[in-house]
Design a protein around this ligand. Structure first.
Ligand code: CA
Ligand code: CA
Length: 445
C-alpha cells in the first residue's frame, strides 16, 4: 500500500503594516506582525520573516497568498506566491499571480491557501492520473493544490494499477508513495480490479484505428463501411464479459436461465438474458457504489471495435479463417450442430454447447478475453446503418432515437459472419433479452 505523511499543519498568518499610518492610522501591529517584504525584483520577492514561526524549509514549493496592508477588505495588493528558497530568516518567493503592485514593506498577512501534493512511485516513470485526468509521469509534484480530495490513480505497464483517495489541506504537504506490484502473469497489460463485484479492467492507451471492414472481407455487411479513422481517449475495459456472479451482486435474484436444458446460469458463465436497459442499470448501480468517483458504462461501438482488434487488421484478432475459430473462442460449432441441426456453425469443434466460463480462451493482443464469441456484447450506441457515412472521428457515439441498440462480437449461438470485429448486430431493441446476449463494462479514466 502506500505511505501518507504530512508535515504538521501550520497556518501562517503574518501581518504587514506597510503604509499603515496613511491607510489605517488607528491600526495596531498586533500579534500577527511577523516580518516584511525586503525586496521586489520583477516576479521574485524576498520575505524577511524574523521569527521561529516564519517560513521554514518545508514550505518550499508551497503556495501562499500575501495580502498587504491591515485592511483585508481593501488590500493594496494580493499576490499568489510560491516559496522557492528558505535561508535562515529570509525566504525567496516567486509571484505567480497578483492584483495591484507588490511593494517593499511590512507584511500584513501571509496565508497558505494551497497544499502540496507529491506523488512518488516505486518504480518511477508511471503515469499519474488525478481525478481522471492524466497529469504527468512520476515522480509528480503539485504545489498550490487546492484543498480537497483527490483521486489518484497510477498505471505502469507490467504492473497492477494503483489507486488511493487523498485529502489535501491548507498549507499541508501530502506525500503519496505508490509501490506498484508486478502483474502476476507477467503481461504488459495494466489491470485494475474493482472491489465491489471483482471485475478486472484493462487500461487501453489513447489511440487511433481504422474502423469498419474492407469491401472484400468475407461475410461483411454493407453497414461496416466505409472504413474511417477513429481516435479515442484512453479508457478502461473489462478483461472479461460480466459474469452471473458479478451481476448478482446487483440483482441477487437474476437467473440467466438455460437453453434447451443446457444451463446458462453458472456463476462464472457470462450473464445473459439481460436487456440493454438491464446492463445500463448495472453500470449505474456500480457507479453509485463508488459515489460517482469511478464512472462505469457500456462501451461505445468505436471503443469496442478498437478493443476487439487489439491493433490487428484481420477480420478476427487472431486471423481470418473462420475454421480456426475454435482454438480462440467459443463459437457456434460442431458440438452445437450435433444437438441443434438448424444452427449455422463454424466448421470446427470448441467442445462447448452454450456459454462457457469467461476467460477459457486465450486473450487478444490487448489482454482481453472473449471479445469474439461466448456472448454478444451490448454497446452504448443506438444502431444506425448509415453511421459510418457521416463518421465522427473523436470518441464517436451515436445516440439517435430509435429502438435498436448495437451489439458486437458474435456468440456461441451465431454464424461465422457475426464473429468478426467489424460486425454490427442490429436486431435487438433496448428491452430485448436473449440467451446469446451479455455485455462487458468500460470505466472512464
Ligand atoms: Ca461452442
Ligand atoms: Ca463476447
Amino acid at each position: 500500500m502506500m505511505g501518507l505523511m504530512g508535515c504538521p499543519l501550520r497556518r501562517l498568518a503574518l501581518l504587514l503594516i506597510f503604509s499603515l499610518t496613511l491607510l489605517l492610522p488607528s491600526f495596531s501591529q498586533g500579534e500577527g506582525v511577523k516580518g516584511k517584504v525586503t525586496s521586489v525584483l520583477r516576479d521574485t520577492i524576498k520575505l524577511d520573516i524574523g521569527s521561529d514561526e516564519g517560513i521554514q524549509l518545508g514550505d518550499i514549493g508551497k503556495v501562499f497568498y500575501l495580502i498587504q496592508v491591515g485592511d483585508k477588505e481593501k488590500p493594496i495588493f494580493i499576490a499568489k506566491v510560491t516559496i522557492t528558497q528558505v535561508q535562515e530568516k529570509v525566504a525567496t518567493a516567486r509571484i505567480k499571480e497578483k492584483t495591484g503592485e507588490v511593494k517593499v514593506g511590512f507584511l500584513v498577512e501571509v496565508e497558505a491557501k494551497g497544499g502540496h501534493l507529491w506523488v512518488q512511485t516505486e518504480p518511477v516513470g508511471a503515469t499519474v492520473f488525478i481525478n481522471g485526468r492524466s497529469v504527468g509521469i512520476s515522480p509528480y509534484e503539485e504545489g498550490g493544490a487546492s484543498p480537497g480530495s483527490y483521486r489518484i490513480r497510477i498505471i505502469k505497464e507490467g504492473h497492477e494499477a494503483w489507486e488511493e483517495e487523498v485529502t489535501v489541506k491548507l498549507g499541508k504537504k501530502v506525500e503519496v508513495l505508490a509501490q506498484l506490484k508486478k502483474t502476476a502473469d507477467g503481461t504488459s497489460a495494466v489491470v485494475w480490479r474493482e472491489s465491489v463485484t471483482g471485475i478486472e479492467f484493462v487500461w487501453l492507451h489513447a489511440g487511433c484505428f481504422e474502423m469498419g471492414s474492407p469491401s472484400n472481407e468475407k461475410g461483411r455487411f454493407q453497414d461496416e463501411g466505409p472504413i474511417h479513422e477513429v481516435c479515442l481517449d484512453g479508457f478502461w475495459i473489462g478483461k472479461h464479459e460480466v459474469t452471473n456472479r458479478q451481476y448478482r451482486k446487483f440483482r441477487a435474484e437474476h437467473d440467466s436461465k438455460s437453453y434447451q436444458g443446457h444451463s446458462l446460469n453458472g456463476d462464472d458463465q457470462p450473464v445473459v438474458n439481460i436487456s440493454w436497459e438491464d446492463a445500463k442499470a448495472f453500470a449505474e448501480w456500480l457507479t453509485k457504489q463508488y459515489g460517482g468517483r469511478n464512472v462505469f458504462r457500456l462501451p461505445r461501438e468505436g471503443e469496442w471495435e478498437f478493443a476487439c482488434r487489439g491493433g490487428t487488421k484481420t477480420s478476427r484478432y487472431w486471423g481470418d479463417d473462420s475454421q480456426e475459430a475454435c482454438k480462440h473462442e467459443n463459437v457456434a460449432d460442431q458440438t452445437a450442430k450435433r444437438l441443434w441441426s438448424h444452427f449455422i456453425v463454424h466448421n470446427c469443434d470448441d467442445s462447448h454447447t452454450v456459454t462457457t466460463t469467461v476467460g477459457k480462451f486465450p486473450p487478444n493482443p490487448f489482454g482481453l478475453h472473449d471479445m469474439l464469441g461466448n456472448v454478444m456484447e451490448w454497446c452504448e450506441d443506438a444502431y444506425n446503418q448509415d453511421a459510418y457515412s457521416k463518421p465522427q472521428q473523436k470518441n464517436p457515439l451515436y445516440t439517435e432515437d430509435g429502438p435498436f441498440r448495437v451489439s458486437r462480437g458474435g456468440s456461441w449461438y451465431y454464424e461465422p459472419s457475426n464473429g468478426r470485429c467489424a460486425y454490427r448486430h442490429s436486431d435487438f431493441r433496448a428491452t430485448d433479452r436473449t440467451p446469446g446476449q451479455g455485455f462487458r463494462l468500460v470505466m472512464q479514466p
